[in-house]
Design a protein around this ligand. Structure first.
Ligand SMILES: [Zn+2]
Ligand SMILES: [Zn+2]
Length: 163
C-alpha cells in the first residue's frame, strides 16, 4: 500500500500531492521497469547496467525528488541501481507478496531484499521536466520549500492511500 501526501504553500497556494511507496502491483511494476531498462527505454546507462550486471536490481518504489535547478518537486520511481553484496544471492520470492494475488513465478527484488542483500551501484540520472536540471531524491521528512516563492511548504499529512 502506498500513500499520497499533500503539501501546500501557505504564501502562494502552490501545492502538490506525492504518491509514495509501493503498491500491490509491485511485482508487475518491477518486471516492467527492468524490461524497459534492458531494452534501453530508460536510457543507455540503465541498459548498460543490466548488460554488465544481469543479476542487478533496481528500486522501483515511488520517491519524492527535487530539481537542483528550479526547485520543482516530482514523484517518480527511484530507479537506483544495485548489485548483490559479496556472498549474497537473490532469492526468488515464493508467494510472500500476497496470497490473494497470483504472483507465483513472478521474479522481482523487493525493497526489503535490496536493503539486506544489495549495495548501491549508481543513482538513476533523473532530469527535471520543467528545466532539464538534475533531480535529486529527497527524504520524506526533509523540509520542503516552495519552488515559486521560497516559503516552507506545509505538510498536509496523508491525503489518500493507493494500492
Ligand atoms: Zn509559495
Ligand atoms: Zn527544474
Amino acid at each position: 500500500m502506498g500513500e499520497g501526501k499533500g503539501y501546500i504553500c501557505p504564501e502562494c497556494g502552490y501545492s502538490f500531492t506525492a504518491m509514495l511507496g509501493i503498491g500491490m502491483r509491485f511485482p508487475y511494476v518491477y518486471r516492467e521497469t527492468v524490461s524497459a531498462m534492458k531494452h534501453g527505454e530508460l536510457g543507455e546507462e540503465a541498459q548498460k547496467f543490466f548488460a554488465e550486471h544481469p543479476d542487478g536490481a533496481v528500486s522501483c518504489e515511488l520517491v519524492m525528488m527535487k530539481c537542483a535547478g528550479c526547485g520543482e518537486y516530482d514523484c517518480r520511481k527511484a530507479l537506483t541501481m544495485y548489485v548483490l553484496k559479496e556472498g549474497y544471492a537473490h532469492e526468488v520470492p515464493e508467494g510472500i507478496w500476497s496470497t490473494a494475488m497470483p504472483h507465483e513465478g513472478l521474479d522481482y527484488v523487493s525493497p526489503d531484499e535490496i536493503k539486506v542483500s544489495y549495495t548501491k551501484y549508481a543513482e538513476y540520472p533523473h532530469k527535471c521536466e520543467a528545466c532539464g536540471g538534475d533531480m535529486q531524491i529527497v527524504s520524506d521528512d526533509a523540509a520542503k520549500v516552495c519552488p515559486n516563492c521560497g516559503h516552507e511548504l506545509e505538510d498536509e499529512g496523508i491525503a489518500m492511500l493507493w494500492d
